[in-house]
Design a protein around this ligand. Structure first.
Ligand code: HEC
Length: 253
């Protein structure tokens, strides 16, 4: 057994007695047992081993595991189902995990001298179990300015992959040349449905020069302006390539 964590309790709040104990082992299995009786409640096994890190979110609703192959799995402890399973950009194993106090951010560490952090809202957009498409999550200093603009200001709501993930906004895959509001599966606002804007370098530039609240008033996209011309140019340059290639499946953050 490499790691232990406890959780549970009626209200899942602080001070409630724990009801389960989770342990991650060398054989790559995370087991959850009833803390009173030792009865095995749940078991999560992957072809990967060993389990090296466990963390419980402060409200007790999530349990994150990190393994020797560099994968992080986030389990929902209310349903005991897998919320996210992804390969982090860390080199080598994940051997340290921690949730932020508000439970919104997951931090991870391994062999490198760096801590990586992800907003959990973003992780919801990762394909669960996409084990053959590792997500190369990069550090801001390794990104171009355009990619960083996208990562910071857009990626929480927009995917670049064809399938679009499960994000609040429509995917920006092939956005150039697309008429606004025309992705069949996305529930657009009336504003975008009735719009005759065609997305191009010029219209995307206007969108963030004026802000969505002015350029497409009534849209569901929150108010946000990108004031510096250079940041808009770099973002648009980045989007031109990134929205057109399958290689960007998933998102950088
Ligand atoms: C907090 C979430 C959020 C953020 C951040 C965000 N968007 Fe959006 N975006 C949306 C939503 C929601 C829509 C759909 C709006 C509607 O239906 O009115 C949208 C629509 C769009 C559209 C129109 C797509 C189409 O199919 O017509 C473009 C282009 C776009 N966003 C680009 C961006 C870019 C570039 C950024 C970053 C600078 C960004 N958005 C940041 C939520 C967001």
């Amino acid at each position: 057994i490499n790691v232990l964590a406890v959780g549970g309790g009626p209200g899942e709040g602080r001070g409630d007695p724990e009801t389960w104990l989770a342990y991650g082992s060398q054989d790559g299995v995370t087991r959850i047992v009833d803390i009173e009786t030792g009865t095995r409640l749940h078991e999560f096994a992957f072809e990967r081993r060993p389990i090296l890190a466990l963390a419980v979110s402060p409200d007790g609703t999530r349990l994150a595991t990190g393994d020797g192959h560099g994968y992080i799995t986030v389990l929902n402890t209310q349903t005991w189902s897998i919320e996210t399973d992804f390969r982090a950009a860390l080199k080598g194993p994940i051997w340290a995990l921690a949730f932020s106090r508000d439970g919104a951010v997951l931090h991870a560490g391994g062999i490198e001298n760096i801590v990586y952090s992800w907003p959990l809202a973003d992780l919801a957009g990762f394909d669960p179990m996409a084990t053959d498409t590792p997500q190369f999550l990069k550090r801001p200093e390794d990104m171009s300015n355009g990619e960083r603009q996208f990562a910071r200001k857009c990626s929480i709501c927009h995917a670049l992959s064809a399938d679009g993930g499960r994000k609040a906004g429509p995917t920006l895959h092939n956005v150039f040349g697309r008429r606004a509001g025309t992705l069949p599966a996305y529930p657009y606002s009336e504003t975008l449905l009735g719009s005759d804007i065609v997305w191009s370098a010029e219209t995307i530039d206007r969108l963030f020069l004026d802000g969505p609240d002015h350029y497409i008033p009534g849209s569901k996209m929150p108010m946000q302006r990108i004031v510096a011309q250079r940041d808009r140019d770099d973002l648009i340059d980045y989007l031109k390539t990134a929205s057109a290639t399958e290689a960007t499946k998933g998102d950088t953050q």
